[in-house]
Design a protein around this ligand. Structure first.
Ligand code: PMV
Length: 329
């Protein structure tokens, strides 16, 4: 059987996914929107080998725990079922950013694994089918398959829940600054566990889910009109919607660190000077700042002065997950 290697970009959600209506199928409670991150990449090589009696999974420069290895194997089972095979596989992965630190490594990880495994088994799936398959490994991975700026539909069935590109103003030249907080360890409450807790124990959960729907409409309207300020207001509202849900979950989930809030305040100050850059935060302390090309220098400078900021990675918008010729083994 063929060996195949894929690369996929991570993504940062503008409209957030936080909870499932169907746990098994990973159908989300609400539709979400994300931007692909060009500089945050996972590369994965998959080779099915008759000689193996179990899947061999490793990650270069890092480690998979037992649960993560089991999730990869389960995902390979989905591919094996589609391909009608039982053969075990060797999987080697490499990230160019820290795993499980709130930088959505699961998104690029499961998108790359899906595209590589489908390539190795010559399944010939189209982008929509790959997105549906990736979603079952990790919800946010569905959006890393099309990459770019994408919307992931809720869907009532598995076939209806996939991501595809969403119309985005062509004249917006922007960068995303990945502002990494000091002390990046693995996050304390993983997204799968956190969202299940919120759905069960956050008293405002159902209101927050319907608000996500309203925010998606506001986002589409702002993008349709090319309204940058309106766009920024929605993504910051969305950031606080997610974290309000987390903070009011029992037990409370607090992803922000002091520096997370300092980044917000620095951006508020810049806004007083007419520089409009906007923040969003996923399940970790790091901040993603969406900024127009012409303001990158000034915003980066102001943020790099904060002592709790470890690094700032400047990135453009990443493209779709794809097969490449250079294998990792
Ligand atoms: O699919 P997961 O397990 O990576 O969950 C993603 C959750 C958030 O990053 C917080 C929000 C999102 O929509 O990506």
């Amino acid at each position: 059987m063929k060996k195949a290697t894929a690369v996929a970009h991570s993504n940062i959600a503008l409209i957030k996914y936080w909870g499932k209506q169907d746990e098994g199928l990973r159908l989300p409670m609400n539709a979400s929107v994300a931007i692909g991150l060009e500089e945050a990449l996972t590369t994965t090589t998959v080779e099915f080998d008759e000689k193996l009696d179990k899947d061999e999974v490793s990650i270069i420069g890092d480690e998979f725990n037992e649960m993560e290895t089991a999730k990869v194997s389960q995902h390979l089972d989905r591919v094996r079922a589609l391909a009608g095979i039982k053969t075990r596989a060797r999987v080697v992965s490499q990230n160019n950013f820290p795993k499980a630190a709130g930088m959505a490594s699961s998104a690029s990880g499961f998108a790359a694994l899906t595209v590589a495994a489908a390539g190795a088994t010559e399944l010939n799936l189209n982008e929509k089918e790959l997105s549906i398959l990736a979603r079952q490994g990790s919800g946010s991975a569905s959006r890393s398959v099309p990459g770019g700026v994408s919307v992931w539909y809720t869907g009532e069935t598995s076939e209806e829940s996939y991501a595809e590109p969403i119309t985005f103003p062509a004249n917006w030249k922007l960068k995303v600054l990945m502002v990494m907080a000091e002390g990046t360890g693995a996050k304390k409450v993983g997204s799968t566990e956190g969202m299940a807790l919120s759905k069960k124990n956050c008293p405002y959960y159902s209101t927050a889910v319907s608000e996500a729907g309203n925010n998606l409409e506001r986002l589409k309207e702002a993008m349709g009109k090319g309204d940058w300020s309106g766009f920024g207001k929605v993504i910051e509202d969305e950031c606080f919607r997610l974290h309000a849900v987390c903070m009011t979950t029992t037990p409370n989930i607090l992803y922000f660190k002091g520096v997370t809030v300092e980044v917000f305040q620095t951006l508020y100050k810049l806004r007083e000077k007419g520089i409009e850059a906007f923040f969003t935060v996923d399940a970790g302390p790091h901040v993603h700042v969406i900024v127009k090309d012409e303001n990158v220098g000034e915003v980066k400078q102001a943020l790099s002065e904060l002592s709790g900021v470890k690094t700032i990675i400047e990135t453009g918008i990443g493209g779709a997950a794809r097969l490449i010729e250079q294998h990792l083994f």
